[in-house]
Design a protein around this ligand. Structure first.
Ligand SMILES: [Zn+2]
Length: 466
């Protein structure tokens, strides 16, 4: 035995129980009460929760945003921050250049992360053009360990027309790749952006006006209609509105294999944040919504209509976010480090809230993304045989967020000053303590690339959410 985490309360997606966790060769060897040689390194987790390491299925590290603005985090700083927040696996994106083979782009992207990643990482692949997503390319992606494609209905250069969307869904269903979709109707968004710009309406609140709720709903409904015929496994990233959520839940009840993700910022802020003097800091897409949408997202998480919380982590320097017309502000905010703490505090521990049980928190932050994206049961699970990716959480501690104390590259935080209940004390990745009481111990390059098989298709092997 290399390490024992003893006396803690183990929280899985389905149960909570007192148990010791024995770790050997990077995997969980024993769980429960067992003997081990005296002198075995041990961490006393009495009074703490021991949970599966967080899987952040939606991050943009070392990327370029609107107007060519580089993101504030590269693979090193972003995964250092991830480790400090209890995240042990991130899934980032491959964005093939025009004319570039997706599989070739994927191999290059992997190399970019290789020497920098502190936690384990996997990749989704964006497909901006149906013609390039041949059966051969799909097979090559799978051979690279990439079992999900990311599609868009918005953004010049990425937006797919209806036929292309359908054709890619058909191909994905045929080879067993899953489809992630950013659902906002580009024509509507582009129209309003132009109109507001022409009318001199530049304030951040117009960002929300330019990306209305019905643009999300229209794209969601169109994708669901196409997928009713194509039959792919479909995952809507960052769902933000009650209307879209209801459409997705209905399709799910009717038998579509469709899942929904939301992000912490949509659960904590509403559109009024955009009206403050530094409203530009809150510019991300889709935009923040109304208070009633926020309530619907929390209910959806509890009712299992939303299966996954991920961050869409895409931070930019403060100077690029404020003092500009909304259409020149790069879209995206950072929460890779605070994600779990935000959900723990606001979902589980906030007095009177109790929106989520601890097990539901484990499901939406770890087990479900692992199941959908082919990482389960190696990851997203605390059981013998799984990777020893786990976090030790003190539910009684509180902290006040200070951007200056965070471990990533962002020079500000939309969560600045917020008091959070509970705290991740220790993060263990494949048996190695990579974060402990405020210090990141994991080194760049230790994170491994994780190949993701098409496990989701076999429901018995983990394709069903919990
Ligand atoms: Zn994103």
């Amino acid at each position: 035995m290399d390490l024992v985490v003893k006396n803690g309360t183990v929280v899985t997606a389905t149960e909570m129980f007192q148990a010791d966790v024995g770790i050997e060769d990077g995997v969980v060897a024993c769980l429960g009460q067992f003997d081990y040689p005296s002198g075995t390194p041990a961490i006393d987790a009495a009074g703490r929760l021991v949970m599966p390491g967080v899987i952040d299925a939606h991050v943009h590290l070392e990327d370029v945003g609107d107007n060519g603005t580089p993101t504030a985090d590269d693979f090193a700083s972003g995964t250092r921050a991830a480790a400090a927040g209890g995240t042990t696996t991130v899934i980032d994106f491959v964005s093939p250049a025009p004319g570039q083979s997706p599989a070739e782009a994927a191999a290059l992207r992997r190399r970019q992360a290789e020497s920098k990643a502190v936690v384990d990482y996997a990749l989704h692949c964006c497909i901006p053009e149906a013609a390039r997503f041949t059966a051969e390319e799909a097979a090559r992606l799978l051979a690279e360990g990439i079992s999900s494609v990311k599609l868009f209905t918005v953004y010049a250069g990425l937006a797919l027309d209806t036929l292309s969307l359908y054709q890619i869904m058909l191909r994905a269903a045929e080879v067993g790749l899953t489809v992630s979709l950013h659902a906002e109707t580009g024509e509507i968004v582009e129209h309003y952006r132009r109109e507001f710009a022409a009318a001199g309406q530049k304030d951040p609140e117009y960002h929300a006006w330019s990306r209305p709720w019905f643009a999300e709903l229209e794209a969601v409904q169109r994708a669901l209609a196409l997928n009713a015929a194509a039959g792919a496994r479909l995952y809507f990233v960052h769902v933000t509105t009650r209307a879209a959520l209801e459409a997705i839940a209905r399709a799910r009840r009717e038998g579509q294999d469709v899942w929904a993700e939301t992000c912490p910022h949509y659960l904590l802020f509403n559109e009024s944040a955009l009206r403050g003097p530094d409203g530009g800091r809150y510019i991300m897409s889709p935009p923040l919504r109304r208070a009633e949408d926020l309530a619907a997202l929390w209910s959806g998480l509890a009712a299992e209509d939303i299966q996954v919380v991920a961050t869409d982590h895409c931070p930019f320097p403060l100077a690029t976010k404020v003092g500009r017309p909304f259409y020149e502000v790069p879209n995206g905010v950072g929460s890779i480090e605070l994600n779990f703490n935000l959900m723990l505090s606001e979902g589980v521990l906030a007095p009177g809230a109790a929106r989520l049980t601890p097990s539901r928190l484990a499901a939406v932050t770890s087990t479900n993304p692992a199941r959908f994206f082919g990482l389960y049961p190696k990851k997203g699970h605390l059981a013998p045989g799984a990777d020893a990716d786990l976090i030790i959480v003190d539910p009684l501690k509180t902290r006040t967020v200070r951007a200056a104390e965070l471990h990533g590259g962002e020079d500000h935080s939309i969560y600045e000053g917020l008091t959070l209940r509970g705290m991740v004390e220790t993060t263990i990745s494949r048996g190695e303590v990579i974060y402990d009481h405020g210090r990141v111990l994991g080194t760049p390059g230790r994170g491994r690339y994780v190949r993701r098989p098409v496990a989701g298709w076999d429901r018995a092997a983990g394709g069903t959410p919990v």
